[in-house]
Design a binder for this molecule. Structure first.
Ligand code: FES
Ligand code: FES
Length: 159
């Protein structure tokens, strides 16, 4: 029988305790044990960004993050990003036509939520740099970047 270890972390604002095996990835725990399937499985090699989550507010590829290391930390997945800023990002991407197949979208929204929390007004270069690890095979990124710039302008106008 495989040995497991209990890990306790805050997931989307709730304390969760889950059993993890040796080098099991955070992505697998989120998807298979906590049923948070909005975190997508893509390359499993840290190359595509589909599995991006926020860990203590910073974006990480959860496929490459050992779940045991999440002990005591705060994890946010796409399912938990319902704050006003994240909702504005989601709506803007939809309205700009920045979703086609949608497979990359959760990871991109998580990445952008993390970016806009850290930077009040990122410019296009910074937005594209933040998205450089999130592969979208459908959109060409222009609509997504335009959507984020619109959110940034809306924020500035409201302040
Ligand atoms: S599945 Fe994690 S980076 Fe691709
Ligand atoms: S919308 Fe299809 S991969 Fe991005």
């Amino acid at each position: 029988m495989t040995e497991t270890h209990p890990v306790t972390a805050t997931v989307n604002g709730r304390e969760e305790t889950f059993e993890v095996e040796g080098l099991e990835s955070l992505m697998d725990v989120l998807r298979d044990k906590l049923h948070l399937s909005g975190t997508k499985e893509g390359c499993r090699e840290g190359e595509c960004g589909a599995c991006t989550v926020l860990l203590d507010g910073k974006p990480v590829n959860s496929c490459g993050y050992i779940a045991r290391a999440a002990e005591g930390r705060e994890i946010e997945t796409i399912e938990g990003l319902n704050d006003a800023l994240s909702m504005r990002i989601k709506t803007a991407i939809v309205e700009a036509g920045g979703i086609q197949c949608g497979y990359c979208t959760p990871g991109i929204v998580v990445m952008l939520s993390g970016l806009l929390r850290r930077h009040a007004a990122p410019d296009e270069r910074l937005i594209r740099q933040a998205l450089s690890g999130n592969i979208c095979r459908c959109t060409g990124y222009a609509q997504i970047v335009d959507a984020v710039l619109g959110v940034v302008q809306g924020k500035a106008a409201a302040e």
